[in-house]
Write a protein that binds this ligand. Structure first.
Ligand code: MBD
Ligand code: FE
Length: 306
């Protein structure tokens, strides 16, 4: 920090007052964090000689951007940074070696229909290529986890998610699949396309000023949960996507790019009950056993209920 103005005694005393330091009420942790953030912003304003006009423009831009705050969190790397910190914490607690986590993103919807073993995710209206994905949920000893919930959500071939895209049917490309006695899950859907932040929105505007794009490679989201197992938030990527290693949300991880198998053999198509060639992905999820019940739960992030 190189702001003499912020370092001086008057400003430091002012920051103490702003953050309620020394007052008996309030929350000590909140005070410390607010003091740090406001002090850092004061220093930023001073160092970069931010004008009054620029300050109000930035504040108004942020206020107008509120509806896209989840996209800001992804695009400014906060979600990935939180993952990095949780990885370190899990490693210290001896909870490593499972399927890597990666960010949730802002487009999950609670309460998707639940079925056992198998689900069809799409409503049949998107004529994208059929996808069949299957595998097992295993624990860290390689044992199948029966009754685990694979909560899956992804975009259509336009990169749009149901609920947010009102042209799609309710819970299109969103299901919860309970693993069978061998820990197996399977679903049929269509191969999704990558996502782009809404053109002309606040995230788009911010990324343009940074010389960045707002594209995500094609991906499929998962929560994989079971009692007494560490909650897993993750995604897989569709290999071959041009943005595979150029994700505006920094969510790609090498372990989460399974082989994409293109199936054209008529016998396989007949066995799968699919008309045209289809894409098959096999992927096992490994989740870590935990004693602490809180660790099996999702974070307290606000999630929309349809
Ligand atoms: C998405 O589909 C997504 O997964 C993230 C992280 C951000 C925006 C859109
Ligand atoms: Fe997504």
């Amino acid at each position: 920090m190189a702001s003499k103005l912020v370092e001086n005694r008057d400003t430091q005393a002012f920051l103490d007052k702003i953050a309620g330091i020394g007052s008996s009420g309030g929350n000590e942790r909140v005070k410390q964090i607010v003091r740090r953030i406001v002090g850092d912003l004061f220093a930023t304003i001073d160092e970069f000689d931010v004008t009054e006009d620029e300050f109000w423009a930035a504040l108004n831009f942020t206020a107008a951007g509120a509806p896209e705050i989840g996209l800001w969190a992804a695009g400014l790397g906060f979600e990935h940074f939180l993952d990095v910190r949780m990885d370190i914490a899990d490693q210290k607690a001896g909870l490593s070696g499972g399927t890597p986590r990666t960010i949730e993103g802002p487009l999950y919807i609670k309460g998707a229909p639940r079925t056992k073993g198998f689900a069809r995710l799409d409503d049949g209206t998107d004529k994208g290529e059929t996808l069949i994905m299957h595998g097992r949920v295993l624990d860290n000893e390689g044992k199948p986890v029966a009754g685990a919930i694979v909560d899956v959500w992804h975009a259509n071939t336009l990169g749009n998610y149901s609920y947010f895209d009102k042209s799609q049917s309710d819970f299109n490309f969103r299901r919860q699949i309970e693993t069978d006695t061998d820990g197996r899950y399977k679903f049929q859907s269509i191969v999704p396309s990558g996502y782009a932040v809404p053109s002309g929105g606040s995230t788009d505007g911010l990324l343009n000023l940074l010389g960045r794009h707002g594209q995500r490679p094609a991906h499929i989201h998962f929560f994989v949960t079971a009692p007494n197992h560490r909650h897993l938030t993750t995604q897989i990527n569709i290999d071959g996507d041009p943005f595979l290693h150029d994700d505006f949300a920094y969510a790609t991880r090498d372990e989460l790019i399974p082989p994409v198998l293109r199936r054209t053999d008529p016998d396989l198509l007949a066995a799968a009950g699919v008309e045209g060639p289809y894409t098959e992905i096999e992927f096992d999820f490994t989740i870590n056993r935990v004693e602490e019940p809180m660790l099996a739960m999702a974070s307290s992030r606000n999630r929309l209920v349809a």
